[in-house]
Write a protein that binds this ligand. Structure first.
Ligand SMILES: [Zn+2]
Ligand SMILES: [Zn+2]
Length: 305
């Protein structure tokens, strides 16, 4: 392995479906979770496959923009989000039905949002604009029109927006290659990581963003959230009943009281989908929560509880 090898990702809809099927087979107790939330992952990947990086305009970044970036301001905060109103209706149609299935408690609300976008009761351009500007007044209005709360409306919109953020992150990735990013939050969208992958010689640590799927190299044995690197303040929890054994663990940081799912990928030769891998570590997630720690960022299946 070379010194800067990246995680080999599986991001196609078929590949994700195959990984979900394997997970349900190896851990039958997770079958209900896989059948509820798996379709959302597949729908987002399918939507992303309809988009290309060419749809994202290359930003004109000045020296002062890069100075802000080097101070830890994520790139989307500098450039704004791509305008995704054209494909917004299509994305809502593809993603929201699986969301409605996955969240039975808010099923009717999600279905109402989907219907209103489909028949233009909610204008796609207005929705996208309100989302991009985080325009509270309009979001409140659109939520009321769909008979739901602003929180649920934002949640649904954020899910629909994810494939667009992923494509924008892919398009922007070459731009930041030459720039240092020593931070624990995502250089693209600013989110904290959902999972860390350990790979190669010297145990390189790659963090994976839960929102835009970007991955970035980070210092080993350091907490992305608070940058603690005092090894005495880490606790590791393993799941000995998992087929993966020691390769999967949860890393608890006792300084900021959070945890991060961590996968040692040195035994993997095939591409992995980190979302499905994280779903497979739900048992560890629960153990860390029971100890009183919070995840650095919520996964889809832990939201809206
Ligand atoms: Zn991100
Ligand atoms: Zn910490």
């Amino acid at each position: 392995m070379n010194h800067n090898e990246r995680i080999s990702h599986e991001k196609t809809a078929q590949g994700i479906q195959a990984a979900l099927d394997t997970l349900a087979m190896h851990k039958p107790e997770l079958s209900p979770l896989v059948s509820s939330f798996g379709p959302v992952l597949v729908a987002k990947a399918e939507m992303a496959s309809h988009l290309t990086e060419n749809q994202v305009n290359e930003p004109d970044l000045t020296e002062s923009d890069w100075a802000r970036f080097s101070r830890g301001v994520h790139l989307f905060a500098i450039t704004g989000l791509m305008d995704f109103q054209q494909a917004f209706k299509q994305a809502a149609r593809m993603i929201l039905p699986s969301m409605a299935e996955a969240f039975p408690d808010i099923r009717l609300e999600i279905e109402a949002i989907e219907r209103n976008i489909a028949d233009d009761s909610l204008d796609a351009a207005d929705c996208v604009l309100a989302f991009m500007k985080n325009d509270t007044r309009n979001i409140n209005t659109f939520a009321a029109l769909s008979g739901t709360t602003p929180d649920i409306f934002r949640f649904a919109q954020a899910q629909v927006a994810e494939p667009f953020k992923e494509i924008q992150a892919r398009a922007f990735a070459p731009l930041i290659e030459a720039h240092q990013w020593p931070h624990g939050h995502c250089p693209m969208c600013g989110s904290l990581p959902s999972v860390a992958g350990i790979i190669g010689e010297g145990e390189q640590c790659w963090l994976q963003c839960a929102v835009c799927a970007h991955e970035w190299r980070f210092r080993s044995r350091t907490c992305p959230r608070c940058e603690n690197n005092n090894q005495n303040l880490f606790e590791f929890v393993f799941d000995q009943e998992s087929p993966a054994k020691d390769a999967e663990r949860v890393t608890i940081c006792k300084l900021c009281n959070t945890y991060l799912l961590t996968i040692d990928l040195s035994g993997h030769s095939d591409p992995v989908n980190m979302d499905v891998a994280a779903m497979g570590m739900t048992g560890l997630d629960i153990q860390a929560r029971e100890k009183g720690y919070s995840p650095q960022t919520e996964m889809l299946w832990n939201q809206m509880e």
